[in-house]
Design a protein. Structure first.
Length: 87
């Protein structure tokens, strides 16, 4: 039995991705859940997760634009910063 997904769910609503975030996750619009998924693919592909503290993300040039110029953010702060680039 297939589980019906509510199209009106806030997480599934396609959002516009601004230019800074687009450089990391690709062209939008896309749901917030997809943005986070693609963000993690980018972080892992570029080995940006801190080796000692896995909760921290070390930003490269593209991510610094998304992270308000911060060199390191934790994964909880990351979600808040990414939200500013979605509309």
């Amino acid at each position: 039995m297939a589980k019906e997904v509510k199209a009106t769910s806030a997480f599934m609503k396609p959002l516009t991705v601004d230019a800074d975030l687009e450089a990391v996750v690709g062209k939008g619009p896309m749901p917030r859940s997809e943005v986070v998924k693609k963000l993690w693919v980018y972080i892992k592909a570029n080995k940006l997760q801190d080796e000692k503290n896995k909760r921290n993300i070390n930003a490269d040039a593209n991510l610094k634009k998304v992270f308000d110029g911060k060199a390191t953010v934790n994964m909880f702060e990351m979600t808040k910063l990414v939200a500013k680039h979605l509309s």
